[in-house]
Design a protein around this ligand. Sequence first.
Ligand SMILES: N[C@@H](CCC(=O)N[C@@H](CS)C(=O)NCC(=O)O)C(=O)O
Length: 204
Amino acid sequence: MMKLYVTPGSPYARMARIVVLEKRLESRVEIVAAKTRVTDSPYYDINPSGRVPYLVCGDGTGLEESALICAYLDHLDGKPAFDLPGGDQAWEGRRLEALARSLVDGLSVWGREISRPENERSPGVIQHETDRARRMVDVWEREIDHPLMRGRLTMIHVTLGCALGLEARNPGVRWRAGHPKLCAWFEAIAARPSFIATAPANAR
Ligand SMILES: N[C@@H](CCC(=O)N[C@@H](CS)C(=O)NCC(=O)O)C(=O)O
């Protein structure tokens, strides 16, 4: 049995949880709640970086980084489903994945900031991430028409879906207004059972 360490609100951990469900790996991967961002958490003995997601494979090897963990899980059966396209579309796929990751990275910095006690928050960081997210959502309203975004589910979709899903965790993340195509795209992906089962709660 493998162990996947997660926190309920982490978008990165959510990507791995989605792959577990989409690939029907529930019986092979135990989901374990990790205690992150506290002094001396016992979790640091398991994963010294203290980050989630973290996958402990059957032989005890530990893997960090959502992209690596998702690829590992996806390849277990020898029939990967979420890999980016190859051939002519390879660079386009990687470009779009990077764009989705850039959005989730910025929203995560913002989310981390608002999870601090109020007197420790940086208004400058929050403003910077608010502005970045606004610009990037405008970009995504155009990119969402890209044929790759309308094709089979890949890590690009999973990453973007988890980024946009952060609206449930941060009331400042209001990406919907003025972005009807992105809204329609998101509604479809958010309705997948794997997305419903891993949807972040409002509580931080
Ligand atoms: N690049 C990493 C990012 C993982 C990450 O930043 N996870 C956050 C939760 S969203 C975390 O574990 N934070 C705990 C900490 O910083 O101590 C990935 O893709 O897996």
